[in-house]
Write a protein that binds this ligand. Structure first.
Ligand SMILES: Cc1cc2nc3c(=O)[nH]c(=O)nc-3n(C[C@H](O)[C@H](O)[C@H](O)COP(=O)(O)OP(=O)(O)OC[C@H]3O[C@@H](n4cnc5c(N)ncnc54)[C@H](O)[C@@H]3O)c2cc1C
Length: 268
């Protein structure tokens, strides 16, 4: 699939256009659709055809993740790259017409593009649903701190299949789910592993992580995310404009993950 997408991007010609869509509901890696559009922008500029290929990005909400500081940084990067941002555009259906993919939005507008891409709305794998463990959203509910499932202390739930509700400063529900990212799946794995190794282990009252969104031209946007601190929310985000340090950190993060999974993996 990745190879096919690479070929489709390489095949883009002057006059073509690209539309990146963001789905409703939780999806893998909140900044990823911005990253997709930034990387496509970069590849088109390398080929000298960017002015002749429009790139747009649609979101079902005014901005899909983080808070105002995050929005400011990502919107500035999108503007600088001349990427058209379509806020509050909820995808209704897709169909093919005259060699293009048409995205029909709930507001009645239609955008026809040579290449349409984006993440899907996500759900936990079918075996969890078939086991009766999922909620109406398709995820398995668990405690934000211990990651023990709501149905049994003997079932831990972590990563993208988990339904973990974020909390406010007073500990009450914020009404938003925990972001789904590899950074947090790895952090949660440690929380679960330590509890399994020692039943007396006191779970941490702090969860934070770093995400890096590649932004083209060997730059990346670094996002420092704190989900809770001293056992309290709300989540906070610290970020800044794209820079080379963010790009290098992203490569380092990928290399370290690969080294954890495989013997002698290729280095980025
Ligand atoms: C394009 C893209 C870019 C991303 N970039 C980033 C990034 O830069 N930083 C970041 O932090 N996160 C990123 N993410 C998100 C990150 O990949 C996920 O959040 C992370 O992989 C979640 O880990 P997980 O183990 O919970 O789920 P997964 O990685 O989805 O692993 C679940 C595994 O379970 C397997 N499985 C399912 N059903 C069964 C079954 N019945 N039997 C056996 N196995 C089964 C699946 O095949 C899969 O291998 C990105 C995601 C995407 C799609």
């Amino acid at each position: 699939m990745v190879a096919k997408l690479r070929d489709r991007i390489k095949a883009l010609e002057p006059g073509d256009n690209v539309l990146v869509t963001i789905p409703n509901g939780p999806y893998k890696c909140p900044p990823a659709p911005f990253e997709f559009s930034f990387i496509i922008d970069h590849l088109l500029r390398e080929r000298g055809i960017r002015e002749k290929v429009d790139v747009a990005l649609s979101s079902p909400r005014p901005f899909p993740f983080g808070g105002p500081p995050v929005k400011k940084v990502f919107m500035a990067a999108a503007k600088e790259k001349d990427i058209l941002y379509l806020p509050e555009y909820v995808v209704d259906e897709l169909y093919e017409k005259d060699g293009k993919t048409v995205v029909k939005y709930k507001n009645g507008e239609e955008v026809a593009a040579t290449l349409v891409l984006g993440p899907y709305t996500q759900k936990a794998p079918a075996f969890l649903k078939n086991s009766g463990l999922t909620n109406e959203k398709g995820f398995v509910e668990a405690d934000l701190f211990s990651l023990k499932s709501k149905v049994s202390d003997d079932i831990f739930v972590l990563g993208d299949c988990a339904w973990l509700m974020l909390i406010k400063g007073d500990g009450t529900p914020l009404g938003k789910p925990h972001p789904k990212s590899g950074t947090f799946a790895a952090a949660q794995a440690k929380v679960v592993g330590r509890q399994l190794a020692s039943p007396d282990y006191e779970v941490s009252n702090r969860r934070c992580g770093k995400c890096f969104a590649e932004a083209g031209k060997e730059t990346g946007i670094t996002l420092n995310v704190t989900i809770f601190e001293n056992g309290k929310g709300p989540p906070s985000f610290v970020t800044g404009p794209p820079d080379n340090a963010g790009y290098k950190e992203k490569l380092k993060w990928i290399n370290e993950l690969m080294e954890g999974f495989f013997d002698d993996p290729p280095k980025l």
